[in-house]
Design a protein around this ligand. Structure first.
Ligand code: NAD
Ligand code: ZN
Ligand code: ZN
Length: 344
């Protein structure tokens, strides 16, 4: 094994990533080393590289939280995985395991959680150090490339849909049909929901129709909210907002049916005003949803392994990362880009 690896590093917020040759990291007790096969590029990686959020990572760091690879080394005491296993190193990199949230199987909100590609180096590199207790276990039959988008975009939309409480036969409106949303449409259909897809790009809407959406609405058209309310015969029982745009949040709340739930998933920096009278008088629930627990992860992967959900993937080499970021920023990525490390 060579002692060096290629990695894409954020050295300063808002700057291009720097492709570098770094030492392969060494592992300590309780850690594992994963040789990366594939890593998806999530819009969150852009927020990370821009320092968009109140809790900021500390440059230099390696983004990427859809990294899938093979376990190549075990630290002392590791029993949860073995060498040769295929694992994913997700956003929820680790948690304390002991706080009230961890005990309630809500490890996603653990105050001591670490985040892959954010507070810990991630998958835009040929090797990743991981916590074996929090890696995703990739089912047989699912390739690394296919699994990559599932471990963030997939689990996040699967969980977010569940959090709306929408039941089979009811309507879900999904705002933002990019990396997250195109999987959200598929999970929602697999869960027996009727789907109204909402985006500002007609190409994304045409894709949503191909994936089984029952109705589509362009969020930029005049009367877009009314169009969703009409299509869903009174508003969607569940609304899932994945769009990285504040206006989508105002629209999403307004599309929610009386007594329905609007789940917020997209993370553009900022705030949005809430129309109090409407939310109160219509008994609407607005709730945040943050990735998913390890159990959600296993469930989300099982849908993919059974072929019920399949990410649309464009493969690119690690060296293309700055172009990919620019296209993602401009809305020019059709669904998901996955960085392919297989020729390394
Ligand atoms: P993406 O860029 O692949 O997709 C975004 C989609 O939103 C695009 O199709 C775009 O056309 C559409 N869009 C933009 N403005 C819109 C608007 N006003 N109305 C409707 N659609 C609009 O991004 P992604 O990787 O799917 O990530 C989306 C967001 O979700 C990001 O902010 C990301 O940080 C966040 N995210 C949150 C979690 C979580 O746990 N809550 C997990 C992953 C990603
Ligand atoms: Zn993500
Ligand atoms: Zn905890």
């Amino acid at each position: 094994m060579s002692k060096k690896m290629q990695a894409a590093v954020v050295e300063a917020f808002g700057q291009k990533l720097v492709l570098k040759e770094l030492d392969i990291p060494t592992i300590g007790p309780g850690q594992i080393l994963v040789k990366t096969e594939a890593c998806g590029v999530c819009h969150t990686d852009l927020h990370a590289a821009h320092g968009d959020w109140p809790l900021k990572p500390t440059p230099p760091f390696i983004p990427g939280h859809e990294g899938i690879g093979i376990v190549v080394a075990l630290g002392d005491g590791v029993t949860a995985v073995k060498e040769g296993d295929r694992v994913g190193v997700p956003w929820l990199y680790s948690a304390c395991g002991h706080c009230e949230h961890c005990l309630a199987a809500w490890e996603t909100v653990c105050g001591e959680a670490e985040f892959g590609g954010y507070t810990k180096n991630g998958g835009f590199a040929e090797y990743i150090v991981a916590d074996p207790n929090y890696v995703a276990h990739i089912p047989n039959g699912l390739s690394a490339v296919e699994a990559a988008p599932i471990i963030c975009a997939g689990v996040t939309t699967y969980k977010g849909i569940k959090e709306t409480g929408a039941r089979p036969g009811q309507w879900i409106a999904i705002s933002g049909i990019g990396g997250l949303g195109h999987l959200g449409v598929q999970y929602a259909k697999a869960l027996g929901l009727r789907v109204c897809a909402v985006d500002i790009d007609d190409r994304k809407l045409a894709h949503a129709t191909k994936l089984g959406a029952d109705a589509v609405v362009n969020a930029k058209q005049p009367g877009a909210v009314e169009a969703v309310i009409k299509a869903t015969n009174g508003g969607a029982h569940g609304v899932l907002i994945t769009a990285p745009s504040l206006i989508a949040f105002n629209q999403g709340v307004a599309m929610t049916r009386k007594r329905g739930t609007c789940a917020l998933v997209g993370l553009p920096p900022g705030e949005f005003p809430t129309p109090l009278f409407d939310v109160v008088a219509n008994c609407i629930t607005i709730r945040g949803s943050f990735v998913g627990t390890r159990l959600d992860m296993a469930e989300a992967l099982a849908f993919a392994a059974e072929g019920k959900v399949k990410a649309d993937i464009e493969l690119q080499p690690l060296s293309a990362i700055n172009d990919v970021f620019e296209r993602l920023q401009n809305g020019d990525v059709p669904s998901r880009v996955v960085l392919d490390f297989s020729n390394h």
